[in-house]
Design a protein around this ligand. Structure first.
Ligand code: CDP
Ligand code: CDP
Length: 231
């Protein structure tokens, strides 16, 4: 069967990565979590005195980019591919709230985006890929055959993320999770380079009232229709 490229964009905690992964597993496609790449660069910046609460050394970040090596690796007993930063598995570390607090400023930097977008496009060369992020349908794969744009209310999204962080044993306050989501939404939608915006040909799904199963069926049907050329 002929393979397509599927781009899933949208706001934080709308279920993009969950549905993208389910879809890739179902179709036998490769799943790429582009947000993990921005998070890994952010972790590097935090570990190398490039970004902290009172400091953001943009020049040092740009100079450091050639020393940042990112790759994904999948082992048979892992549910999804893990991201490796300079040879170290950082899949868990990049999900904490501290990384979430610094990632959006890092993702505004043009040179960071150039590097990551080039690597993402390379990973999608052979199609059969589902990638989720903020600029996949607009910048990374503007010709993707299927583009989905996911949304849900900020409160619902913060509840989801709060439960997820608690489940991982991270002690956080709900109000801080909500604040982070709202701040990231603001930075991601207003930045100059590749802002989060619905591509003209993307299909919008609001899943505030949908569970994971419902949203998967909606997206899977769209993918099947697109692969079969029905839509
Ligand atoms: O999973 P969550 O929605 O919390 O975020 P993510 O997908 O892990 O992305 C983290 C951050 O990386 C976003 O808030 C954006 O600032 C940035 N990002 C981006 O700019 N472009 C992408 N394609 C993916 C993520
Ligand atoms: O990738 P993104 O940040 O858009 O979201 P995610 O990591 O797939 O989902 C964030 C959390 O919300 C996860 O714990 C999902 O299980 C949950 N979720 C949900 O409960 N119901 C939905 N319809 C979508 C996501």
């Amino acid at each position: 069967m002929h393979k397509i490229t599927i781009a899933i964009d949208g706001y934080s905690s709308t279920g993009k990565s969950t549905v993208a992964k389910q879809l890739a597993d179902y179709l036998g496609y490769v799943y790429v979590d582009s947000g993990a790449m921005y998070r890994a660069v952010t972790l590097y910046a935090m570990q190398n005195d490039i970004i902290s609460k009172n400091n953001f050394n943009i020049e040092k970040l740009k100079e450091s980019l050639p020393s940042i090596n990112l790759r994904f690796e999948k082992k048979s007993d892992w549910k999804k591919a893990h991201i490796f930063l300079n040879g170290k598995d950082v899949e868990n570390e990049i999900r904490n709230l501290e990384v979430s607090e610094f990632v959006s400023p890092i993702a505004t930097i043009h040179e960071v985006r150039l590097k990551l977008v080039a690597q993402q496009q390379q990973m999608g060369l052979e199609k059969g890929v589902v990638m989720d992020g903020r600029d996949i349908g607009t910048v990374v794969f503007p010709k993707a055959e299927l583009k989905i744009f996911m949304n849900a209310s900020a409160n619902e999204r913060a509840q989801r993320r709060y439960q997820e962080l608690l489940g991982r044993g991270e002690v956080v306050e709900f109000k801080n999770v909500l604040k982070n989501i709202e701040e990231r939404d603001h930075i991601d939608t207003t930045r100059e380079d590749s802002p989060l915006i619905k591509a003209a040909d993307a299909i919008e799904i609001d899943n505030s009232e949908m569970n994971l199963e419902d949203q998967f069926h909606v997206v899977l049907q769209l993918a099947k229709d697109r692969i079969a050329g029905r839509i």
